[in-house]
Design a protein around this ligand. Structure first.
Ligand code: 5GP
Length: 192
């Protein structure tokens, strides 16, 4: 069957540290039909992150101006004082390329996108095996201060309570297995 992007959307959501980024990267390599939806964000770029590839890094003033201009599909203050959002122009860019946008966004944002695109979006919730394991993963990633780590752990426990809002829940206790399950679901969704 030949592939048409239609106006489909794939949403991957999870608490921070659940392995969502690894699964997203795996899927983007596997499927040329998919394109990473680059979010706008007001946090600072980490290490090797590149503007326009990892995020559109905006000032808070610029971000707020775009909220006023109704430029976002959804936006959230994901962490204290830090805004993240999906730009309408980003989804248009990807659809025009005949690709399906893959959104790596937080749980509340994912629920908002689903509500706006009923029937067009497939949502995957990646669940960490436990909150303790998630804490261990975040510590070993080494990108967090003690305070921001605790912030992310608290938020994770809260976010897991929303997992039933999503089309599929994938428990990531084994990354290779979780990637394989996600790929099967995408095959079906893209009708490949
Ligand atoms: P990080 O700062 O670790 O890159 O991302 C923090 C969280 O923000 C992650 O859960 C990520 O999925 C989420 N996020 C990234 N982009 C967006 C977005 O456009 N909208 C929403 N709601 N969350 C986002």
């Amino acid at each position: 069957m030949s592939f048409t992007a239609g106006n489909k959307i794939i949403i991957i959501t999870a608490p921070s540290g659940a392995g969502k980024t690894s699964i997203t990267q795996y899927l983007l390599k596997l499927y040329p039909q998919l394109a990473f939806s680059v979010s706008a964000a007001t946090r600072k770029a980490r290490g090797s992150e590149v503007h326009g590839k990892d995020y559109y890094f905006l000032t808070a003033a610029d971000f707020k101006q775009r909220i006023q201009a109704n430029a976002f599909i959804e936006w959230e203050m994901v962490y204290e004082g830090k805004y993240y959002g999906t730009l309408k122009s980003e989804l248009q860019r990807i659809w025009q390329n005949n690709q399906v946008p893959m959104l790596d966004i937080d749980v509340k944002g994912a629920i908002h996108v689903q509500q706006q695109f009923p029937g067009a979006a497939m949502s995957l919730f990646i669940q960490p095996p436990s909150v303790e394991e998630l804490k261990r993963r975040l510590e070993s990633r080494g990108t967090e201060t003690a305070e921001s780590l605790q912030d992310r752990v608290n938020k994770a426990a809260y976010e897991i309570s929303f997992k039933h809002h999503f089309d599929y829940v994938i428990v990531n206790d084994d990354l290779a297995k979780a990637c394989a399950v996600a790929a099967q679901l995408i095959d079906k969704f893209l009708e490949l």
